[in-house]
Design a protein around this ligand. Structure first.
Ligand SMILES: [Fe+2]
Length: 247
């Protein structure tokens, strides 16, 4: 409530990049947006932060969200129409956030993945343990021409206690996408500390909102008005890719 009032009186600080590579704005396909109206509210918040291109990365996970190209494309076309009707200046791209599980194995083997422009794929680990053959999978995907991005590495507790592993994975060609929400402490102190460590060590390739609802957007909007963000942005600008299509 206070955040909202505060924001109205203050000009919203813009992000220093213009593409959000991770969000759950596509309506009705996971536990993110549940309606076109919610999606439009979230996109308005993105625009307020200076975002001009949004990659829609809905969950693709075994059992809970077994989305396919068809389910995602259907929702994507509806959202695109609504954005056009609203006259909103926002470029949308369809991709997904792939949990590396048995459903992913099937989709990958069948060549059903939906990459972002530039052939990037956003991959999510399990929160309980790292995928056993992660290194092999990353290698295999890169050989096939994919650019692999690990979603929010700061959020996996088993890495927070093993920072060396971040360096190994990054050296193995995984790019890292950090959630701005993690800096706010939204996912706990451990995730925040790991996120700060990744910034300090120059390992942040992409930033994402990972927003599931407009409340997430408001937390991010408040945070990027902070002094901490302003100071950190200078370091981040050196490593965060500005053109995700060619970088
Ligand atoms: Fe996500």
């Amino acid at each position: 409530m206070f955040g909202k009032l505060f924001r109205r009186n203050k000009e919203q600080v813009k992000l220093f990049y213009n593409t959000d590579v991770h969000c759950h704005i596509l309506p009705g396909v996971d536990h993110g947006s549940q309606s076109i109206e919610q999606s439009l509210d979230m996109l308005r918040a993105e625009a307020e932060m200076g975002i001009k291109r949004v990659i829609l990365t809905s969950h693709v996970t075994a059992i809970t969200f077994e989305n396919t190209r068809e389910t995602l494309t259907d929702a994507f076309l509806k959202l695109k129409d609504a954005v056009t009707d609203e006259g909103m200046d926002m470029e949308l791209f369809l991709s997904a956030e792939y949990r590396m599980d048995e459903y992913f194995d099937k989709e990958y083997a069948a060549d059903h993945l939906i990459p972002m422009p530039g052939n990037h794929i956003l991959l999510e680990n399990s929160f309980q343990q790292e995928l056993m053959n992660l290194d092999e999978l990353l290698f295999d995907m890169q050989v096939k021409g994919y650019r692999t991005i690990l979603a929010h590495p700061e959020r996996y507790p088993y890495y927070s206690r093993r920072h060396k592993r971040y360096e190994q994975l990054h050296n193995a060609g995984a790019r890292f996408q950090i959630n701005i929400l993690s800096f706010t402490g939204y996912f706990g102190e451990e995730a925040r500390e790991s996120a700060l460590w990744l910034v300090k060590n120059g390992l942040v390739d992409y930033l994402g909102t990972d927003m599931h609802n407009v409340k997430h957007a408001h937390i991010i909007m408040d945070y990027i008005n902070s002094k901490e963000w302003k100071k950190m942005s200078r370091d981040l600008e050196a490593t965060v890719k500005n053109d995700f299509i060619t970088d």
